[in-house]
Structure formats: structure tokens, C-alpha cells
Write a protein that binds this ligand. Structure first.
Ligand code: FAD
Ligand code: SF4
Length: 533
């Protein structure tokens, strides 16, 4: 069990301090390339600030702390000296609440000749650690994170040559470079780069056949101890630490991947955008948490999917769709994050100022779509991409929620939330706060979209077709109101011509009624308040 005291030979004559952050649990990290087991010290710390600088779902905390403690043990078994700071059971008893404070304490104690770390996934963390190391005048080396396919220099080189940053172009470049799903002469396998068209099925009226649920892992003694800690110290955070059953080691993560490839990949593509009542995961992989903690290598995920295609176990549209998410979107958002930070976090192009509505904290609403998506968020710290983008994100965008607060909410509610991936997705893609860096048009739609892709509206007191009246669907009312409010701004956007033309067909009296209904929908959404620390 890792202890908050120096490990073997960890206290004097150290050559270098090797910093491993909670989302860098990668045994293949460049930090370990030339480690000197007799002198170097690995440093890891559970810090209160990382658990509550914004709220954090209890399951997320269990995943991070348990995976970190398992990783520490594995390093110790390899003979590395590890200095690991554990959070104490009671608040106020830690040696220091912040990561930087804990690092400072170690710098004073062991006086390393160099600090090394892999580039952190959070600008805020990188800055605070760098400042601390500089204050102590210790040389610091930041290593490229080779977990990713694309280095940040490569991304910037690509981006410098583009008029605008389009995922499709980046993704094709990377597929060619990595020779994934490409033929000998550099063409896409199957003849098309993009099979999104085949990946928009709904479940129709009958619903999905019951897809096999992801495998689960029984908490071991380490995880049980962490569950106790989280309940004790962070019991007021969203969700519940009970029933934690996710992978916390590389070996378990590999089993999680195998299970997805065997049981759900084949239908992943076809039903990628579909939603259904009481079915939060469907054919999705739920691999984002182990990937973001670096328990899994994205190359292994992509290769496993390509192998399934070659073995005839999964069709091309599913395999290409899955590769697109990992090789395309995941690498793309990381590039966007580092290219635009720190200014990106402050962007609010639509000048939205509302807080996140109470329904997104407690799931209490008559809107079935929001209630259903929130059920997964509260119980599992999970919603799949379309629930995030086209239900919860859509609702906030149409209401006019501040994009930064929406990102904070996302960080608080999801097990896979890490700054570099949440910020471009939440503030950019979902809320269009970045004025189109991530997406050429806002992802705005009415309740009709949700009705087409799910059975939610069938069990809802609202009618997705209605924009005004007693049964008006808040999504539909707010959709027309959003277009109305932003008509001038988006009039020149080629991808919104159809939507704006439909708005222009509405009479003045229709628009007046929509504006009034939108005001009422907003009042209803913000009628309750949840105290957020
Ligand atoms: P699958 O649907 O099975 O996809 C496979 C993998 O592809 C995912 O595990 C993930 O690693 C990757 N991926 C898919 N879409 C994206 C994307 N848009 N950006 C980056 N990677 C992607 N993902 C996170 O990992 N962390 C976040 O904090 C996060 N915040 C998001 C916030 C919003 C508002 C939105 C709309 C999306 C966000 N995403 C985030 C992206 C995506 O929704 C999740 O990665 C995905 O839903 C996780 O579920 P899954 O593992 O079952 O994914
Ligand atoms: Fe959601 Fe509207 Fe459908 Fe109800 S009718 S589930 S609020 S989209």
C-alpha cells in the first residue's frame, strides 16, 4: 500500500525527481526511459485542490485515486523509489492542500538536481508546477506525451497550413501518416474516408436488442479504501462512490477494451448517434476514462478495432467510426486546446451569461430527454456523446448558459473529465463559445432531432413539434428563439442557410409568441437554484 512517506532510497542524494500526475499512469511513459533506480525518485500526490477546485463526481475521484495507488504499487514492485502523498481521511489534516504546495515540500526535502515531467493535461496544473520548480531554481524538463499519436508541434505545423481547422482534414492526414485503414496506394480502405452517413440509425419503434453491458470489476482492498475516503471527505460531491466497478489498472483496462471489441464494436457505428430510455451505454465503448488516465494506449484501441475488421468480426462503418473518434477527434481536441490556451478558457462568443440550470445537477425535470441523460450522469458519471452534445449541451446552449460554467459543470459530473478534452468539447463544440474554432456551425437543433434519434419524446409530457402552447417542447421553443436571437450572426454561414430560411418563414406573430414562450421556458429552467461551491 503506498504511504505518504518516502519510499526506498527516496530521501537523499536524489538525481532527478520524476513527476507522475494522476492522468499519466502510463508504464511506457518517457519518464521511465532512462530512470536510475538507485537515485531517481518518482513523485505522485493526491491533492485536495485537484478534487475540489471545481466539484468532481465521486466516481471520478475513486477512479483517479485508486488507479494512482495501483500504479504506485506497480512502480514500487519494479524497484522504483516512489514518494507518494495520500490524502488523509479527514479534511484539514493534509500536509498541503495543493499539488504545487506538496511538490514544494518535496523540493525542499530532497533537493533534486532536475525535475522531469510529461506535459500535463491541464494548463492550470502545468503553470502552477512550473512556477514552483522555477521558484526553487531547479532545472525542469517537460517531455512530449507520447501517449498521443500527434505531437503538439506536428499539430501546429498542420494547423499553420490550414485556412480553418477542420477535423476531417486533420483526421485524413493522420490516417495517411499512420497508415490506418489505408491501402498500399494511400486510398481509404473501402473507397471512402467518411462513413458517417451509415452511422446515423435510430432504433426505430422497437428499440435496441439488449446490447451486452460492459464487464465490471469488483473493487479490491485498495479501491475499497479509496471508496471509504471519498465518501468521508467528498460525500457532498455529485454521484455516489458506492457500486464503483470500473478498471483501475492497465490489465483491467485491456480486458475492458477486449470486451467492447468482442461484444459492442460491430454495432457501434450504426447506432453511434441513437438514444434509448434506460440504456445509457448502448454500443459505446466507455473507454474514455481508462484512455484519459493513460491506462490504455490509443494505438491498442485502434489496432484492436482494425483487427476485428480484418477478422470479419465488425463492419467497416463501425471500425472507421471508432477510429475517427480516437485518432481523429481525440487528437484534434488536444491540439486545439494547447494551440489556444490560456485565452480559450475565457472565450464566450455568444455572450451567454446564465448559470447551469438546476436540472443538470439533480436531474429533476419533466423533460424526459434531460432526465434520462442525467440518470446516467448521476449514476455512472457517464453519458454518451450524443446525450452530451444533443441533449444536455444543446439545452444549455439554447438557454444561454455561460460556456465556461458549462465546462466547469462538465468537469464536475463526468468520470472521464480532464481539462484538455472537456474544454474544447464543452466550451467549443457544444456551446460555440469559441466562435467556431471547433465547429463550423453551432450544434443547434429542435426537439424533432431528439424525437428522431430516441424514444424519449414518446414518454414525455411535451410535444417535440410544438414551439408554443401548453405542451410546447422547451428544446423546440428555445431552438427557434436561439435562431431568432442570432439570425444576423449566422445569416452568412453556408451550413445554416436551411435553418435560417425556415426561421424567415415564421410570421411576426409566431415569432412574438416564441419569444414569450422562450422567456417562460428560461424562467422555468432557472426557477430553482443549486448551491455550487
Ligand atoms: P465512444 O463513443 O465509445 O468513443 C470512443 C472514444 O473516442 C472515447 O472513449 C474517446 O476517447 C474518444 N472520443 C470520442 N469523441 C470524442 C471527442 N469529441 N473528443 C475527444 N475524444 C473523443 N471526452 C472525454 O474523454 N472527456 C471529456 O471531458 C469530454 N467532455 C465532453 C464534453 C462535451 C460537452 C461533449 C459533447 C463531449 C465530450 N467528450 C469528452 C467527448 C465524448 O463525448 C466522450 O469521449 C465519449 O462520450 C466517452 O464515451 P465512450 O468512451 O463510450 O466513447
Ligand atoms: Fe425532450 Fe422535448 Fe422530446 Fe420532451 S418532447 S423528450 S423535452 S425533446
Amino acid at each position: 500500500m503506498p504511504k505518504s512517506k518516502p519510499g526506498r532510497s527516496a530521501s537523499s542524494g536524489a538525481r532527478r525527481l520524476l513527476v507522475v500526475l494522476g492522468d499519466q499512469l502510463n508504464h511506457g511513459s518517457p519518464l521511465f526511459d532512462d530512470i536510475d533506480r538507485s537515485r531517481d525518485v518518482v513523485w505522485m500526490a493526491e491533492a485536495q485542490e485537484e478534487a475540489d477546485y471545481v466539484w468532481s463526481h465521486q466516481l471520478r475521484l475513486v477512479a483517479f485515486f485508486s488507479a494512482m495507488r495501483h500504479f504506485c504499487l506497480q512502480l514500487e514492485k519494479k524497484g522504483f523509489a516512489v514518494r507518494y502523498h495520500r490524502l488523509s481521511e479527514k479534511a484539514g489534516q493534509d500536509r498541503h492542500p495543493t499539488l504545487a504546495g506538496l511538490l514544494q515540500e518535496t523540493l525542499v526535502d530532497i533537493k533534486p538536481c532536475e525535475v522531469r515531467m510529461v506535459k500535463p493535461g491541464d494548463y492550470r496544473v502545468e503553470q502552477s508546477l512550473l512556477k514552483t520548480v522555477q521558484k526553487h531554481k531547479v532545472p525542469c524538463t517537460i517531455l512530449e506525451d507520447r501517449h498521443f499519436y500527434c505531437t503538439l508541434d506536428q499539430f501546429n505545423q498542420w494547423a499553420d497550413g490550414q485556412k480553418s481547422l477542420v477535423l476531417e482534414n486533420f483526421y485524413r492526414t493522420l490516417r495517411r501518416q499512420e497508415r490506418i485503414l489505408v491501402t498500399e496506394d494511400g486510398k481509404p480502405v473501402g473507397g471512402k474516408w467518411n462513413l458517417d452517413h451509415d452511422n446515423r440509425d435510430s432504433f426505430g419503434k422497437t428499440g435496441p436488442e439488449q446490447p451486452p453491458a460492459p464487464i465490471t470489476f469488483k473493487p479490491d482492498a485498495i479501491t475499497r479504501e479509496v471508496i471509504g475516503l471519498v465518501k468521508q471527505r467528498f460525500g457532498t460531491h455529485p454521484g455516489s462512490a458506492d457500486h464503483f466497478n470500473l478498471p483501475v489498472t492497465a490489465k483491467e483496462a485491456q480486458r475492458y477494451l477486449d470486451d467492447f471489441i468482442r461484444n459492442r464494436l460491430a454495432d457501434f457505428g450504426r447506432y453511434e448517434d441513437a438514444m434509448w430510455t434506460d440504456a445509457p451505454v448502448l454500443y459505446h465503448s466507455r473507454l474514455s476514462m481508462p484512455l484519459n488516465l493513460k491506462l490504455l494506449d490509443p494505438r491498442d484501441c485502434v489496432q484492436a478495432a482494425v483487427d476485428a475488421l480484418e477478422a470479419g468480426d465488425a463492419p467497416l462503418n463501425s471500425v472507421e467510426g471508432f477510429v475517427r473518434q480516437i485518432l481523429g477527434w481525440r487528437e484534434f481536441v488536444r491540439g486545439i486546446y494547447w494551440r489556444h490556451m490560456p485565452d480559450y478558457a475565457e472565450m464566450n462568443s455568444l455572450d451567454h451569461q446564465h448559470p447551469v440550470p438546476a436540472a443538470l445537477w439533480d436531474g429533476q425535470t419533466e423533460m424526459t430527454c434531460v432526465r434520462q441523460a442525467m440518470k446516467g450522469v448521476l449514476e455512472l458519471g457517464y453519458a454518451h456523446h450524443i446525450q452530451r452534445l444533443m441533449v444536455l449541451g444543446l439545452y444549455c446552449q439554447l438557454l444561454g448558459v455561460h460556456p465556461g460554467r458549462f465546462h466547469d459543470w462538465h468537469m464536475a459530473m463526468y468520470i472521464d473529465a480532464v481539462d484538455w478534452v472537456s474544454l474544447p468539447n464543452a466550451l467549443g463544440m457544444s456551446q460555440w463559445g469559441d466562435n467556431g474554432i471547433m465547429a463550423t456551425k453551432p450544434y443547434c437543433a429542435s426537439g424533432r432531432y431528439i424525437s428522431r434519434m430516441s424514444n424519449y419524446c414518446k414518454n414525455c409530457r411535451y410535444d417535440p413539434v410544438m414551439a408554443v402552447g401548453q405542451n410546447a417542447c422547451p428544446m423546440t421553443t428555445l431552438y427557434w428563439d436561439f435562431l431568432d436571437r442570432n439570425q444576423k450572426r449566422f445569416a452568412g454561414n453556408q451550413r445554416m442557410v436551411y435553418q435560417i430560411r425556415n426561421l424567415e418563414r415564421k410570421s411576426k406573430s409566431e415569432l412574438d409568441a416564441i419569444r414569450k414562450a422562450a422567456q417562460a421556458a428560461r424562467q422555468e429552467a432557472f426557477s430553482r437554484e443549486i448551491a455550487v461551491p
